[in-house]
Design a protein around this ligand. Structure first.
Ligand code: SAM
Length: 286
């Protein structure tokens, strides 16, 4: 999918266009990005919120279109962001709040939305160094879980997230929302099981799988000797044997109570902060 280019409905780089109609074809194309196939075809995705858009541009992500509510016009930071978008070859749309609501599918939409180019890290380009921690997720299904994991990986200082098998899309609006901007900070790669296992062989990593049948307490695993990959299972099925058996260690987080297991994002958070415990410190007080 490409943004339309007819005489009346065109959106050209450098242009600021005012749109109030929900049936405008440009808006229809942007709304179509709610579907994965359209994001894949166009190589673009939406991110909501001024801070997030500014952070993404600062981090070097390519913005194709900045969309803001009329009421946000005139705010210095919005005007500067619009100027930066145009300077980098993008376009700017000034729209009604009704249009923003329909794009984001929210009653109280953010006043600013950015349409960015998708960016995947190639698995072969992930070459972990000694203190690196990487999260590998097997067939993660839930956008909220994936977004929370990317956000938590960012906060814990992890260097990448690898998505194994058929997973939910990290560039869906729900996932991006849940990352709170961390999707722009943490490289995300994708791989089949076979590709992941091949990469593991050459990457010099310690793969620590989390499993409800794991016999090692997660607090005693070796997170120091080599770069660490925390391998997490699917929300319903857990890790398949092929992945669990290929790991160097299978750990379990001890539990009490009735719950069979922890939520995937919670378990990943616990693992990340344990694996990186020695590397994380509060800022020294002034
Ligand atoms: N029914 C699934 C099973 O049998 O594995 C439950 C999956 S659990 C909701 C999703 C993932 O979170 C697991 O595959 C594992 O990676 C992690 N997890 C959840 N609780 C855990 C625990 N107590 N110890 C280790 N990993 C855990």
């Amino acid at each position: 999918m490409t943004l339309r280019n007819s005489e009346t409905d065109s959106i050209r780089p450098g242009q600021v266009k005012e749109i109030t109609s929900l049936s405008n074809p440009i808006i229809k194309d942007i709304k179509a990005l709610s579907q994965k196939k359209n994001r894949e075809e166009s190589g673009t995705f939406l991110a909501e919120g001024l801070k997030l858009v500014v952070d993404a541009i600062d981090a070097g992500w390519t913005i194709r279109t900045l969309i803001y509510a009329k009421s946000a016009k005139g705010k210095p930071i919005v005007d500067t962001t619009a100027a930066r978008t145009i300077a980098s070859g993008g376009s700017v749309l000034e729209v009604s709040e009704k249009v923003l609501s329909s794009i984001t599918r929210r009653d109280n939409p953010q006043m600013v939305v950015g349409l960015f180019e998708v960016r995947w890290k190639r698995l072969v380009d992930i070459r972990p160094k000694h203190d690196d921690t990487i999260v590998a997720l097997d067939r993660v299904r839930d956008p909220g879980n994936l977004g929370t994991i990317i956000r938590t990986a960012d906060a814990a200082g992890a260097s990448a997230v690898i998505l194994i098998g058929e997973t939910t899309d990290p560039f869906s609006i729900e996932t991006v929302r849940a990352t709170m901007g961390s999707v722009f900070a943490v490289p995300v790669a994708r791989a089949s099981v076979a590709e992941f296992l091949k990469w593991k062989q050459g990457a010099g990593v310690e793969v620590i799988a989390t499993h409800l049948k794991g016999s090692v307490d997660y607090r005693t695993a070796d997170y120091r000797s080599r770069p660490t990959v925390l391998l997490m299972g699917n929300e319903q099925a857990g890790l398949p044997d092929e992945l669990a058996e290929a790991a160097d260690t299978r750990v379990r987080i001890p539990q009490q109570g009735l719950a069979d297991s922890l939520n995937l994002a919670v378990a990943t958070g616990i693992m990340l902060f344990e694996a990186r415990r020695r590397l994380l410190a509060l800022e020294p007080r002034a």
